[in-house]
Design a protein around this ligand. Sequence first.
Ligand SMILES: Cc1cc2nc3c(=O)[nH]c(=O)nc-3n(C[C@H](O)[C@H](O)[C@H](O)COP(=O)(O)OP(=O)(O)OC[C@H]3O[C@@H](n4cnc5c(N)ncnc54)[C@H](O)[C@@H]3O)c2cc1C
Length: 383
Amino acid sequence: MDFSLSTEEREVRDWVRTFVRKEIQPLEQEVLRRERDHRPGLTADELKALQLKAKESGFWGVQTPEEYGGMGLGAVMTALLEVELGRSFVPFRFGGAADNILFQANEEQRQRYLLPTIAGDRKSCFAITEPGAGSDARNIKARAHRDGTDWVINGEKTFITGGNEADFAMVFAVTDEGVTCFLADRAQGWRSEPIDTMGEWGPAALVFEDVRVPQENVLGEVGRGFDLAMAWIGRGRYVLPARALGACERLVGMAIEHANNRVTFGEPIANRQAIQWMLADSAVEIEALRWLVLHASWVVDQGADSRHWQSIAKLYGGVKANEIVDRVLQVHGGMGYTRELPVERWYRELRLLRIYEGTDEIQRRTIARNLLKGHAGVSGTLG
Ligand SMILES: Cc1cc2nc3c(=O)[nH]c(=O)nc-3n(C[C@H](O)[C@H](O)[C@H](O)COP(=O)(O)OP(=O)(O)OC[C@H]3O[C@@H](n4cnc5c(N)ncnc54)[C@H](O)[C@@H]3O)c2cc1C
């Protein structure tokens, strides 16, 4: 039997495709203009309005369990939807979401952190990386010590996505029992400093100086924070390459159009083999990436250990998306290098994929270790 999507999967994908085409893509020129002026592409109110529009059709809390009012979609469905969202660079995401590890909250934390985050009234950030600990996150030095019934946190975090806007951090610090995750409100005293990057959305450095949080703000168990950190990072390494896949589909579509229209030496550049091969190689890689993303997300849905397959999808997606956007820029010539087209913007944004949530080298390390230790083979999971 051929691989195919179910009717439900097609319907969800088609709805998102139409939403992106009708509601998101028309905003692109304005988003580019604002970003050129160093303003956010969408204001918080605009994002909320778009999210509510999607909610009217039931698109709210894509992976949030149904008992919390979400859609509770599985990984394959999520991947399909991310591919569609990836077709635009407008910084849109569906509302009603919360970090996976926040669902480990106890009843009191659920009321104070999880539910308001799902409702969009509170914003979180995930803070493990430090100036001295990135790929080797186990080496973090931020400390938390007990003082009566409180914990006092000291240390510095860096490159924290959403750290400028968050009103609470899921921050990881070393305690006598091991790494522990704390829910730390900004009002409890941590500060953030924006970090300027080559991308449009900058992360933050966070400073914790004697930040005092009560015992009830420990997320999960004392000393078991690293398991939570790994669960957060492992929540969906297929999501990042899925988004990149959508971007690549759109970019190659732009390259095809440009190649057919741009005439040099009396002929469209589409007639040149040099251009054709760039398009052909990109199309092959897009199809390979699609398989890797769907396969990795399918393994997640089976409840099996998906880490090996997710690392493969993330590595391939990061490397190939960067090669593809570079080719697409090349096909556009000087226009590709200008800010009139979004190609250069995608070029800068896609570069991050090779760095965060595990660099290329760390993915290769994981894949090689799995092979060498016999945890995975090269004959795949097809029965
Ligand atoms: C925009 C952005 C957003 C981010 N968001 C978050 C966030 O929300 N929360 C958070 O906690 N962190 C976040 N990060 C941090 C990110 O996860 C780290 O940057 C990443 O893990 C790499 O760590 P590092 O930057 O310290 O690089 P390093 O670990 O210093 O690595 C430098 C280079 O050495 C290579 N290298 C390292 N170790 C090995 C090895 N054993 N073998 C071979 N090569 C190796 C790396 O692959 C890399 O090429 C973000 C980073 C960026 C840039």
